[in-house]
Design a protein around this ligand. Structure first.
Ligand code: HEC
Length: 214
């Protein structure tokens, strides 16, 4: 009886080894990619963290500029600083981060096809009254994280609201001077302004796991 059991488990082990070998031979790169492909929960945590940090950095800079020199000064400041800020966060984490919009002020921030799909999905969720959750797109060696970007405070409206009521005429003149093709007005409080789009190379999660222990 003992020998039988031994034989049975022995052959089970052998067939398992064979199975794994067969898999590995079949598609080594696919297995390799699967190994480094991070867990969704981890990506969402990292995405939330980096977006919160970027949003705080931009809001602080914007607030300081507005207190110091009013809306007009802030517009000129935003013009150069918004890009630098997102860049500095990106370098720290070795990721790419951008704000994409269906109605951009800076033409470089116009949503691409994949970003547009998320914007449309978020608009649908808003009209359905469902919770707006992050969206992930796994690629060969990287994963893209999308999160909604809404006009959360009245402050946003002084540069993105209606040109008749919220934005002063002289301020809008400055906006137009820097952004002749501006589409980013006419928004209301809480409306979807666009999305955050963060691209994480899979390697990022090796160090992220190590340092944060998540
Ligand atoms: C002082 C004016 C001002 C205020 C206030 C302001 N913005 Fe902007 N916003 C700008 C300018 C100028 C740009 C273009 C920046 C650039 O060139 O990248 C911009 C760009 C953006 C973009 C990138 C997409 C695009 O259209 O180019 C988003 C998203 C955005 N703003 C959201 C907000 C939100 C949310 C708030 C409120 C928390 C806000 N803004 C407040 C002036 C402002």
């Amino acid at each position: 009886m003992k020998t039988l059991l031994y034989k049975a488990s022995g052959s089970l082990l052998i067939s398992m080894v064979l199975l794994f070998t067969a898999c590995a031979e079949k598609d080594e790169t696919a297995v390799e990619n699967m190994k480094s492909r991070p867990d969704s929960v981890l990506v969402i945590n990292a995405g939330k963290e980096i977006v919160t940090e970027s949003f705080a950095a931009i809001s602080n800079a914007l607030g300081t500029a507005m207190t110091r020199g009013g809306v007009q000064h802030a517009i000129e400041y935003c013009n150069t600083v918004a890009i630098e800020l997102t860049d500095s966060v990106s370098t720290q984490y070795e990721v790419t981060i951008r704000r994409a919009s269906h109605k951009p002020r800076n033409p470089n921030n116009r949503a691409n096809e994949m970003e547009m799909a998320s914007i449309e999905a978020y608009m649908q969720m808003i009209s359905d009254g469902t919770e707006l959750t992050p969206r992930l797109e796994f690629q060969e060696n990287s994963v893209i994280y999308h999160a909604p970007l809404r006009l959360v405070t009245f402050t946003c409206l002084s540069c993105h609201g209606s040109t008749n009521e919220d934005i002063l005429e002289e301020d809008y003149a400055i906006i137009k001077q820097h952004y002749p093709d501006d589409e980013a007005t006419g928004f209301e409080l809480d409306e979807l302004r666009g999305i955050w789009s963060v691209t994480f190379p899979y390697e990022f999660f090796k160090t992220y796991e190590r340092t944060d222990g998540l």
